[in-house]
Ligand binder design. Structure first.
Ligand code: ATP
Ligand code: MG
Length: 399
């Protein structure tokens, strides 16, 4: 009996096969099925050319058509359908310059990175496993398909993927594969930072992140990943933390920067080419963490961060302190909700009121005064009431 996750995309297999093509489930989904892990994306490999795939299904997106990948949408769920291919002529330790579409599943499996990722399953549920991926899974080993050095020469990112799979699955890196990484680590410098960042985030989220980071140091990969080699001591001290509680990329990066005690988070994060929004949120979380470690939470900090970033900060704090209780977050949320106001627009007083009361001309002082009012209201010094605010401004000589 084929697992439920494969039932819907089975329509894609059936359609392709009925048209005379070969089609199989491949990659991570098969590996995760064998491991009884939650199955992520179900990918399909086929002998049909990308254009033929596009003709056979009503909703398709040519996401990586030059590499043979077409996304087929079934009731809005995307499935990657990739034409059997051989990767030819690797240039500069990066992805291949050219790919050739072929008719052989075996050749397609051969170009895949690790034996556990090179297993296919046909529509009857029969596994095609020419590189003994199942044996690797049983032994919990990450092992390249073919000669490690050759494979890492073709695409140096695979070395970091090995570490990523160690972090996620807690498999050991097989001895020759490990040696291959040690020998070829420096070729990682040819890989784009965007590809490195994607894998690195998965490393950070993995349950064996602490040993994965040690592996990055042991193999020498550390010298070719942004500037993390400046933080080796901290990396070695990375504790076993439960990152499953983290919800956003900013939270993940904040945890990383905080543990590493990064001085200038903004430029550190910029070197990973993260989106500006993620960088901004991350630095706010890190600064807030540093503040609350010293002074604890204040109402004004909660107010200034807003609910989302305040919760993010609290989540990272709980992880750092090895506290994972959901009800701590619920209590935190309640405290936030009990703030008298949530934003400037909730104030009973507007800039125009202040200008009118003071009979002065507008200027930057208005914003400053509003800030003082916000602070007083949030801290419960005064009520959010027009008359009381006016009176308070008068007593403080702010008008
Ligand atoms: P995940 O569940 O995290 O998505 P995955 O194994 O599906 O893991 P992907 O990055 O989605 O990983 O890649 C899908 C498949 O494509 C892999 O299982 C592997 O067979 C192949 N693959 C991906 N990247 C490479 C690479 N750099 N070199 C060779 N094969 C690769
Ligand atoms: Mg995948």
């Amino acid at each position: 009996m084929i697992q439920e996750e494969f039932q819907r995309p089975m329509h894609i297999l059936n359609r392709l096969i009925d048209q005379g093509y070969e089609a199989y489930f491949v990659g991570g989904a098969i590996r995760d099925m064998l491991l009884e892990r939650t199955i992520g994306d179900v990918d399909i490999a086929t002998s049909a050319q990308p254009e033929e795939v596009m003709n056979l299904f009503s909703k398709t997106v040519p996401v990586g058509i030059e590499h043979g990948t077409v996304v087929v949408l079934l009731q809005d769920t995307p499935y990657e359908v990739t034409t059997f291919r051989m990767d030819e002529e690797y240039v500069d330790y990066r992805r291949p310059k050219e790919v050739t579409f072929i008719k052989s599943l075996h050749e397609d499996l051969k170009r895949r990175d690790f034996t556990m990722n090179a297993i296919a399953m046909d529509r009857e549920g029969v596994l095609i496993d020419p590189f003994e991926g199942q044996a690797s899974i049983q032994k919990r080993l990450i092992q390249t398909v073919g000669d490690p050095s050759e494979r890492f020469h073709e695409d140096a990112l695979r070395m970091l993927r090995a570490v990523r799979f160690h972090s996620q699955l807690s498999f050991q890196v097989e001895a020759d594969t490990l040696l291959g990484i040690k020998k070829n680590a420096e070729h990682l410098k040819h890989v784009s930072i965007e590809r490195i960042t994607t894998e690195f985030e998965k490393i950070l989220k993995g349950k064996s992140c602490h040993t994965a980071l040690a592996l990055i140091i042991e193999t020498g990969l550390v010298d070719y990943i942004v500037n993390v080699n400046n933080y080796k001591d901290q990396l070695m001290k990375w504790e076993k933390v439960d990152t499953s509680l983290l919800l956003t990329r900013a939270e993940l990066w904040a945890l990383f920067c905080y543990f590493l005690q990064v001085k200038d988070c903004e430029s550190f994060l910029m070197s990973w080419k993260l989106p500006t929004k993620v960088i901004k949120q991350t630095t706010l979380i890190v600064d807030s963490l540093v503040y609350i470690q010293k002074h604890g939470w204040t109402k004004i900090l909660m107010y200034k961060l807003g609910i989302d970033l305040a919760l993010s900060t609290e989540r990272v704090k709980l992880i750092v302190q090895h506290q994972h209780a959901q009800n701590t977050l619920d209590i935190f949320k309640e405290t936030y909700m009990s703030l008298p106001i949530f934003s400037r627009t909730d104030l009973q007083v507007k800039g125009t009121d202040i200008i009118m009361w003071s009979k002065q001309s507008p200027g930057p002082w208005v914003a400053k005064t509003i800030e003082r009012i916000e602070e007083a209201v949030v801290n419960g010094k005064i009520r959010n009431d027009k008359e009381q605010i006016k009176e308070w401004l008068n007593t403080c000589n702010l008008l």
